[in-house]
Design a protein around this ligand. Structure first.
Ligand code: CA
Length: 367
């Protein structure tokens, strides 16, 4: 054997030994060439595969595989395939699956502070939400809440500002909301409840049938592109805006902390990067697709209606009452809320000057 070959063999033997030792710790199989193990994870999601929200899960899965040359593979499953759509956190916490893709605000019954991870009524738009999460201490605050569930979370997709839902009849005043049965989750649902609405929480795949059959009178989902896919325009005629309870919802990857700790550092970084890419990818797709879908919906007979100022003002007042009540009852909520509220005030002041003044002028003179 030549000297160079001897050296190479020795180097490979050394890497292999280190890898085998590492893999004995992580329970994964080694890849001799790179020293990095083959890892296979399952991802439970809250979405049907046909919807834009599933894009976030797919982006993470696809990019993780590409960045690790197929060594780290995450397979996303539609809602109901592994666990019901609203039980993703439970499954990740229990370790039934290694990770999930979901909306954190589905779990405000477990911890109300999780609402801020997704979106809260009269909160931040997508750009502001990312600023809060990545640069304003938001992600650290949310991850701290998730440690109580043995979970670590990363933002992995945004729908952008949503629409205000589909109604079978016109809603002109707060009085018109009384007794209305509406699918709306999260704190938005709590606000609607105080406005007299009979609130329902259904996963995406069940909304159309409930609305079409009259089991509910109204339903919100996402925006033109996804709502059209669900066929909601065939079940109700009046499409309200804006979605004041979800001005910029972020979806999250939830990872079981034990599974996270077993990942090599390189794969942890890959997963974080893929999640960040999912934010850009999903938001871009929604922004590009929603305008076209809205034109199709209008030509199919959908009537666009703005919420009345009376409803908006009543909803905003109730929203902040609910925030204050939650803060007085729940230490985690209080901690996140106070930090979030200060950030919101600052960025609203700034965006009123730079973003809003421009948007008001440019979109009103759009031709
Ligand atoms: Ca929604």
């Amino acid at each position: 054997m030549k000297r160079r070959e001897v050296l190479n063999t020795a180097a490979i033997a050394s890497v292999t030994a280190a890898t085998v030792a590492s893999c004995a710790r992580t329970g994964t199989s080694p890849n001799v060439q790179t020293g990095l193990p083959n890892v296979r994870w399952r991802m439970a999601t809250s979405w049907p595969k046909s919807l834009g929200t599933f894009i976030g899960a797919e982006t993470v899965s696809k990019r993780v595989a590409e960045m690790t040359n197929g060594r780290f593979k995450i397979t996303p499953f539609a809602a109901g395939e592994l666990v019901p759509g609203l039980q993703v956190l439970d499954a990740v916490q229990a370790g039934t699956v290694e990770c999930g893709h979901t909306s954190s605000y589905y779990y405000i019954g477990k911890s109300p502070a999780l609402a801020f991870a997704t979106s809260v009524p009269f909160g931040l738009n997508a750009q502001q939400q990312y600023a809060w999460l990545y640069q304003g201490g938001g992600l650290e605050a949310i991850q701290k809440v998730y440690t109580n569930f043995n979970v670590i979370s990363f933002p992995a997709g945004s729908t952008g500002a949503q629409m205000g839902g589909w109604f079978k009849r016109e809603i002109k005043s707060v009085a018109d909301l009384k007794g209305l049965k509406m699918r709306i989750p999260g704190l938005g649902g709590q606000v609607m409840s105080r406005l007299g609405v009979n609130v329902q929480v259904l996963p995406g795949g069940e909304i159309y049938l409930a609305l079409d059959r009259g089991a509910i009178d109204a339903a919100e989902w996402v925006g033109p592109y996804d709502d059209e896919k669900l066929g909601l325009h065939k079940a109700a005629q009046f499409y309200y805006y804006p979605g004041w309870w979800e001005p910029g919802p972020t979806l999250d990857i939830l990872v079981n902390l034990n599974a996270w700790k077993r990942l090599p550092k390189e794969y942890q970084e890959v997963l974080k990067t893929a999640s960040a890419e999912a934010n850009l990818n999903m938001l871009s797709q929604y922004d590009a697709l929603n305008g076209e879908a809205l034109i199709r919906l209008k030509s199919a007979g959908t009537k666009l209606v703005p919420y009345s100022q009376e409803i908006m003002q009543a909803a905003q007042k109730i929203s902040f009452e609910i925030f204050d009540e939650n803060a007085s009852k729940d230490a985690s909520f209080k901690q996140v809320y106070e930090q979030w509220k200060a950030f919101r005030q600052n960025i609203f002041s700034w965006n009123r000057i730079n973003e809003l003044s421009y948007a008001n002028f440019a979109t009103s003179t759009n031709s």
